[in-house]
Design a protein around this ligand. Structure first.
Ligand code: RTP
Ligand code: MG
Length: 138
């Protein structure tokens, strides 16, 4: 089934000039980049994007981290894209991530883990609408 998912390249990765390397891994997995942009979230925007985590102890740190530099947002499309891209990202904590995954290759730690991916097709639709206006016509 052809699906779409939302990818974010997080501040730790954009600061280390890893945008191209990470997009290359994504394309190498057979996922197509349908839309792409670089932006810097405000605290309010980051808090809304990660609202599902608002009761978690790491929420405030996560907001501060996600607003510490620019991010890249991309809409990815492909066969079972949500699952395929999460497999490519690897475990949340890079210490537990498999060899060859983005997080094993590039993440710094549990928080600064280089990439975000939607965890369901429903959340992919919500997150995509949050990050992109529709002007992309993709
Ligand atoms: P993401 O939403 O960014 O794709 O990551 P994920 O599904 O693998 O992990 P999730 O549980 O949704 O957590 C969201 C992000 O919060 C940061 N985090 N910090 N300090 C901590 O204990 C902790 N736990 C999670 C990470 O940046 C994680 O990706
Ligand atoms: Mg998540």
């Amino acid at each position: 089934m052809i699906e779409r998912t939302l990818c974010l390249i997080k501040p730790d990765a954009t600061k280390r000039n890893l945008i191209g390397a990470i997009l290359s891994m994504i394309e190498g997995k057979g996922l197509t980049i349908k839309a792409l942009k670089k932006l810097k979230l405000t605290k309010e925007q980051a808090a809304t994007f990660y609202i599902v985590h608002k009761e978690r102890p790491f929420y405030n740190d996560l907001i501060n981290y996600m607003t510490s530099g620019p991010i890249v947002a991309a809409i990815l499309e492909g066969e079972n894209a949500v699952k395929a891209y999460r497999e490519l990202m690897g475990a949340t904590n890079p210490e537990n991530a498999e060899q060859g995954t983005i997080r094993k290759t590039y993440a710094l730690n549990l928080e600064a883990n280089s990439v975000h991916g939607s965890d369901s097709p429903e959340n992919a639709a919500i997150e995509t609408a949050f990050m992109f206006s529709g002007l992309e016509n993709c």
